[in-house]
Design a protein around this ligand. Sequence first.
Ligand code: UT7
Length: 324
Amino acid sequence: MVTRSLLVGSGAYLPSRVVTNDELAQTVDTSDAWIRERSGIEERRFAAPGELTSDLAIAAARRAVEDADIDPAALDLIVLATATPDHTFPATAAKVQAALGAFGCIAFDIQAVCTGFLYALATADAYVRVGQARTALVIGAETFSRILDWEDRATCVLFGDGAGAVVLRAGAGQGDATERGILSTHLHADGRQHDLLYVDGGPSSTQTTGYLRMQGKEVFRHAVANMAQVADEALQANGMSIDDLDWLVPHQANQRILDGTARKIGLSADKVISTVARHANTSAASVPLALDEARRDGRIRPGQLVLLEGMGGGFTWGSALIRL
Ligand code: UT7
């Protein structure tokens, strides 16, 4: 028998405040037409003053736990991906643990920026497969609105706030690709690309939080190449072809990146879940937000083959192939 992580629930939370491109254009030298044409983004959500990453994470986590129909006390593990934690320490995951009443379970944060959810999912999956956890909560939660430089129009129009979460539970099977669960994960990093996407502050360097810096054109080029590579890698590792895939749930940075990736791997655009128009780039939250939306509206159904993938600062990139 083989132990696999089954995805048994999901949840998401978006702050209530909707910020349109036109609203941004009132204070930033930009336009709705430019943002739509270059990124596909129409609006994003911003957390309210005093609303923290942990608040978003807790709301998404509660919905995921409810969807999975489990008692939070049954959780063995909480892994939270964020680049915008409430505090330098302790981990935002510990706050979520306290709010859910899952006292005593393992709780820690993971930092892989926009690939954070994939890193967190792969880590939780490893805990489940080796038997160190039977039930795990994996969260991606961000308040990127707090690290944007409003003088830099090339970046501040692209990001939003939100959170998404999934619950994993150990299941036993023959290890066949037709059975439910996470079939494989693949993670990568290339630290040489640090300067293309980073935040120019931190406890050790400046003792400030800092602001997001990005060389958009370069990141764009790498994003399409890496997202296509990691998709091919996942399918190949499982002896599958692109025709086996029911859905691609990619990190939501730019509609042009989603389109370019789908074209490169030969996937029809109607199999790509896209939320970027309404959420903008929510970094580690974007994949679980998109996954939860498509599960709840009935597009992604039990038994289907779904590829999650991400790419972000570090650089980091990665995938998870799941039979839902
Ligand atoms: O999560 C993973 C990380 N993020 C990404 O994957 C994002 C990757 N990059 C991108 O999505 C795109 O590169 C952007 C959306 C950031 C930019 O699109 P682009 O087609 O690469 O535009 P560009 O940077 O080449 O800028 C074109 C022009 C420039 O003017 P000039 O030099 O041609 O006169 C910019 O100054 O657009 C100007 N520009 C703007 N104009 C209006 C840049 N930002 C804005 C803006 N509004 N907000």
